[in-house]
Write a protein that binds this ligand. Structure first.
Ligand code: NDP
Length: 253
């Protein structure tokens, strides 16, 4: 089997405080990568970083709000100061809240766009120079974006969330035209229902009930199962790029 070790690699994982991002950070560290964990909840990040270190890995907790330019710039300085060039960026930070169009909840729209699209751009922009530089030296470089099956399906009341994910999926494909020729891989992952804290932000009882019913009907993946695919993708030989990975519970259409 073709396999490239992650020993010696340096990863930045956003959304690392929970769910898919946490699972990605733990798995990458378990495979030998140094991992910088980015999210807003410092205590959660410290606990996960502590677990990685206790298991013999290397991890850095970096409190970051991806919606804030200054915060991302500070995170970039901290990560590069501690670890040098970054060769793997996994964008998993994201939020999903229902926002029926006729309610006109501009704050919810803005929060999702600013986290799921602009946040990915801020973090990607901060480390693209590293990725291109590392690849130019003949080393493996990865940009991994956690989009969603919502990029393709339509969900009433989640139009804005789905649109942010469609934007992210298209952004990933477009970025491949810019950085792929320079040997930076771009992998876009589109999970279906996955156990995490994402659903906890849906507080409206009617909407929460709808979500629970959908999940009950088809089941869900674990965050570790999604992270497995990321770990697989980034451990291929550097000329092999899984550009788009859609992963659903078997019963989800
Ligand atoms: P979680 O809510 O568990 O994880 C989201 C993470 O993003 C949290 O760790 C949160 O940490 C972080 N985050 C949120 N806002 C910000 C911010 N402004 N700055 C920095 N970090 C932030 O859910 P998932 O793990 O499920 O979500 C991960 C990704 O997977 C998301 O992009 C989501 O859209 C996508 N996805 C999830 C699916 C699912 O069914 N769960 C299905 C398809 C896609 P903190 O609050 O500490 O900042």
């Amino acid at each position: 089997m073709s396999y490239e070790s992650l020993n010696g690699r340096t990863a930045v994982v956003t959304g690392a405080a929970s769910g898919i991002g946490e699972a990605i950070a733990l798995q990458l560290a378990g495979e030998g990568a140094r991992v910088a964990l980015l999210a807003r909840r410092g205590e959660r990040l410290e606990a996960i970083a502590g677990k990685i270190r206790a298991d013999g890995g290397e991890a850095l907790a970096v409190v970051t709000d991806v919606t804030d330019d200054r915060s991302v710039a500070d995170a970039k300085d901290r990560v590069q100061g501690a670890y040098g060039d970054v060769d793997l960026v996994a964008n998993s930070a994201g939020v999903m809240v229902p926002s029926p169009i006729d309610q006109g909840d501009v704050a919810a729209w803005t929060r999702m766009i600013d986290t799921n699209v602009s946040g990915v751009l801020r973090v990607t922009g901060a480390f693209t120079g590293d990725l291109i530089g590392v690849a130019a030296e003949g080393r493996t470089a990865d940009l991994v974006n956690i989009s969603s099956i919502g990029a393709h399906l339509t969900f009433p009341n989640y139009s804005v969330y789905s649109a942010t994910k469609a934007a992210l999926t298209h952004l990933s494909q477009c970025l491949r035209t810019e950085v792929g020729p320079r040997d930076v891989r771009v992998t876009n992952v589109e999970p279906g229902f996955t156990d995490s804290e994402l659903r906890d932000h849906v507080t409206d009882p009617v909407r929460a009930g709808e979500l629970d019913a959908m999940v009950a009907a088809v089941g869900s993946l674990t965050s570790e199962e999604v992270a497995d695919l990321v770990t697989y993708a980034v451990s291929r030989p550097r000329h092999v790029n899984l550009r788009q990975v859609m992963v659903l519970p078997t019963r989800q259409a």
